[in-house]
Design a binder for this molecule. Structure first.
Ligand code: ATP
Ligand code: MG
Length: 223
């Protein structure tokens, strides 16, 4: 389908356990690069493909709120935690497309998440619903070459790659852009481990998130 200049809207899902500067910088740079009208940050309730989050839903959403509230382009979207049950990107995309007519959705993922796309529910259908913007992540294959994708994903992706964010405006879904974002080797796993070891989180997460973690004694016991 021709896009005919419809605005692009970013969809950035994750467990955000906790949200950190790796997430925020990727969302900021991609928002700017692709001229996204908005970046929806969507915390996952119960992620289907990974272990349960450590912090409660309530705390994870509160931290996303603190980290995003001062950025006019970022918008916390809590639909997956209100849904009570397993979080599926395909359901959120269907809903958002119904609510917002005339925008093209761009799912933002890090390279580690995109490489596992074939494990997502109804993954082939996603290409009918959205574009993908993939941020390189230190230590993950897409920083090196798209040939490193698993076979069936590589086949599905063939012919979908565009070399600039501008290219995403050609049609309303089904394209993939690898975004040249600043490589930040920050992960929530490492942040949780640092808290458990009594180490500093300063400059890895916004101060408001740092204070929230301290006040609520998050991550001090478990990884
Ligand atoms: P965990 O270590 O608990 O898996 P995480 O840091 O990977 O946490 P997630 O909530 O799992 O954070 O990630 C949400 C999305 O953000 C995923 O698409 C992931 O690839 C991406 N992402 C997270 N950190 C970075 C980073 N430093 N650079 C690029 N992308 C990132
Ligand atoms: Mg992760």
């Amino acid at each position: 389908m021709r896009n005919s200049g419809r605005p692009l809207l970013g969809i950035f899902g994750g467990t955000f356990d906790p949200i950190h500067y790796g997430h925020l910088r990727v969302a900021e740079e991609i928002g700017e690069m692709a001229d996204l009208r908005e970046v929806r940050v969507i915390p996952a309730g119960m992620p289907r493909l990974r272990a349960d989050p450590v912090a409660s839903l309530h705390h994870r959403v509160a931290m996303v709120h603190l980290a995003t509230e001062n950025n006019p382009r970022f918008k916390l979207d809590d639909r997956e935690i209100r849904r009570h049950g397993i979080s599926r990107t395909v359901d959120s995309l269907r809903e958002i497309r119904q609510e917002l007519d005339g925008v093209a959705l761009c799912v933002i993922t890090g390279a580690d998440a995109f490489i596992k796309l074939a494990e997502w529910h109804s993954w082939r259908e996603l290409f009918q619903l959205c574009h993908f913007i993939v941020a390189a992540r230190p230590g993950h294959a897409l920083t090196i070459s798209r040939d490193d994708l698993p076979r069936e994903l590589k086949d599905e992706c063939a012919g979908r790659w565009v070399s600039s964010a501008e290219g995403l405006k050609q049609i309303s879904s089904g394209l993939i852009f690898i975004a040249p974002t600043t490589l930040l080797d920050i992960s929530a796993t490492n942040i949780r481990a640092r808290v458990a070891a009594g180490k500093s989180l300063r400059y890895l997460v916004p101060d408001a998130v740092l204070n929230y973690i301290a006040t609520n004694h998050l991550y001090s016991g478990e990884l």
